[in-house]
Design a protein around this ligand. Structure first.
Ligand SMILES: [Zn+2]
Length: 121
């Protein structure tokens, strides 16, 4: 378990963005059974007041994304697409791109352009 002090504001913002984007994507695209997201490395209550309900696929994707964000060796973290250490591979890379694109558009359509500030990939 990481202590609170080890998470910077930037990391916190990135983590919140990831959770929000994957949450929107799943809500708008996937039906079926959803489970409340949990992640062992951080205390999610510090990041979001709401429960994040995700299908098993998005659960895996968000777990992967958060793990990679926590493990990012760069400080400050560059934009992922400009980074030399590409931590998203294959299936995850394609998926996270799709998620960012979809949820980015969704937020624009709903007037939440402020959220785009933290575009990750
Ligand atoms: Zn989903």
């Amino acid at each position: 378990m990481l202590r609170k002090a080890e998470i910077s504001n930037k990391e916190k913002a990135d983590i919140q963005t990831l959770m929000k984007f994957v949450g929107i994507y799943c809500r708008e695209n996937h039906d079926g059974e959803k489970v409340s997201f949990s992640f062992k490395l951080i205390d999610l209550k510090e990041f979001t007041k709401r429960e994040i309900l995700l299908c098993p696929d998005c659960h895996r994707l968000l777990t992967y994304g958060l793990t990679m964000r926590m493990k990012c060796p760069h400080d400050p973290k560059p934009m992922c697409k400009k980074c030399k250490t590409q931590c998203y591979h294959g299936e995850y890379k394609a998926k996270i791109r799709e998620v960012m694109k979809f949820s980015g558009m969704y937020l624009v359509k709903h007037g939440r352009v402020d959220m785009l500030y933290h575009y990750l990939v």
